[in-house]
Design a protein around this ligand. Structure first.
Ligand code: GDP
Ligand code: IMO
Ligand code: MG
Length: 426
């Protein structure tokens, strides 16, 4: 699979962690290129459930080089907690590298994330409150602190002083909050710097060399297409680029080096946080999907909003990320749910819309146009091949391929490594 980009094709939580872990067993390098610890990637292996936020999901394979690229924002405390958690499970992070250019989440970013949300009131985005947006703001504003600065005592002191001069004014005079103490932060972050320094490198060189020498390199996307800062349901999005293009800027490589783009989707749709969601279900079916699929956030524990599969969204992902194949996870969750619906278009007034609308306020006015398919009752969580699936499940998958004009590569029938059906290829 030389250089493969794996992205979330919906609103995140599609099971990217599980698929990355599986593919990582055949990859020499796994790279996270955007987002931060807003991500929550679940990997179930050897009877243990791992919740990964910043560590690439290849970390369970001791031979795999795991890279946190320049496009990621890093909360050092959260990363160190994760490294320690792994160590408790006997998993080494010796093969972890962090790009020197990655930006650092500071205490004021976390504080301001919560305060901005409070100020937005009813218009809140429903962020994970991990400081992601404010950290990317500073990056764009060019006042951010990078890993390179964190491990350089004098630069860090200078940049912290400069930043606090502004942030403390905002905290005090706009939000009526006490200022943050420079000495406290210096002491805390000096400790983080000494722990993380050995991991810091120019990872763009490592990624390039790995691809050029023919190694299998996997780019593990975080979030999903509709949370993309440009192409998602703005402003209800995250502050990075989860589409496949984000892997280029976030890992420092050119698009010609990428061979394959794989989209991960669920057999239905979920969303956590605010914003439009045309196929959302407010009835018993939605509750059943939430319960059966354990649809509660990996990072914040919030119940996820659930709805039918939206093929307009999948087609949008195929187009904006150039997807060559897709994975449909959680097909097992739909067993016994009755007839199944796929949204094939939207209707607004008397107009039929087949392309995902650029304006999210228009999306709010859209109602889904559904195609109804027969469901199945069999438990499919132990099924190993496509042929063994109930006919109705096969028809559902084939219909998705037809509508989205993209082959389904794998099907997930459970959270474990061995609960996946390879439909075609290896
Ligand atoms: P990610 O953020 O895309 O990595 O996804 P999350 O880990 O946040 O959420 C996916 C959830 O679904 C996790 O709890 C996984 O263990 C679980 N999961 C993944 N694939 C399947 C599947 O095929 N069937 C079932 N039942 N659960 C799955
Ligand atoms: P993974 O990688 C689902 C959502 C938040 C909120 C919006 C902005 O596990 O799929 P942020 O904290 O990023 O500023 O929040 O984005 N969000 C996610 N939703 N899965 C994720 O990651 C998400 N990361 C952020 O809920 O709506
Ligand atoms: Mg998740």
């Amino acid at each position: 699979m030389p250089a493969t980009v794996l992205i979330g094709a919906q609103w995140g939580d599609e099971g990217k962690g599980k698929i990355t872990d599986i593919l990582a067993q055949k990859s020499q390098v796994v790279v996270r290129s955007q987002g931060g610890n807003n991500a929550g990637h679940t990997v179930e292996a050897n009877g243990v459930v791992y919740k990964l936020h910043l560590l690439p999901s290849g970390i369970l394979n001791p031979e795999t080089l795991c890279i946190i690229g320049n496009g990621v924002v890093i909360d050092p405390k959260s990363l160190i907690d994760e490294i320690n958690q792994m160590s408790k499970h006997g998993i080494s992070t010796a093969n972890l590298k962090i790009d020197a250019r990655a930006h650092v989440i500071m205490p004021y970013h976390i504080k301001l994330d919560g305060l901005f949300e409070h100020l937005r009131g009813k218009g809140e985005i429903g962020t994970t409150k991990r400081g992601i947006g404010p950290c990317y703001c500073d990056k764009a504003e060019r006042s951010g602190i990078r890993m390179f600065d964190l491990i350089n005592k004098h630069t860090f002191e200078r940049k912290l002083k400069e930043n606090l001069a502004v942030k403390n004014k905002i905290l005090q005079f706009i939000y009526n909050e006490p200022p943050l103490d420079e000495k406290d932060i210096l002491g805390e972050y000096a400790q983080y710097a000494s722990i993380l320094a050995p991991y810091v490198a120019d990872t763009t060189v490592m990624v390039y060399d790995a691809i050029k020498s023919g190694k299998d390199v996997l780019f593990e996307g975080a979030q999903g297409t509709l949370l993309d800062l440009d192409l998602g349901t703005y402003p209800y999005v995250t502050s990075s680029h989860p589409i496949s293009g984000g892997a280029c800027t976030g890992a420092g490589i050119g698009p010609t080096l990428i061979d394959d783009c794989v989209g991960i989707a669920k057999s239905y749709t979920t969303r956590v946080g605010k914003g439009p969601f045309p196929t959302e279900l407010f009835d018993e079916v939605g509750d059943t999907i939430r319960e059966k699929g354990s649809e509660f956030g990996t990072t914040t524990g919030r119940p996820r909003r659930c709805g039918w599969l939206d093929a307009v969204i999948l087609k949008y992902s195929v187009r904006t990320s150039g997807l060559t194949k897709i994975v449909i996870n959680k097909l097992d969750t739909l067993s016994g749910i009755g007839n199944i619906k796929i949204c094939t278009a939207y209707k607004k007034d008397n107009e039929i819309i087949t392309d995902f609308p650029a304006d999210p306020t228009q999306l709010e006015l859209c109602t889904p146009v559904y195609e109804e398919l027969e469901g199945w009752d069999e438990d499919i969580s132990g099924v190993k091949t496509f042929d063994e699936l109930p006919d109705a499940a096969k028809k559902y998958i084939k219909r998705i391929e037809q509508i989205c004009s993209v082959p389904v590569w794998m099907i997930g029938v459970g959270p474990r490594r061995d609960q996946n059906i390879i439909v075609r290829g290896d």
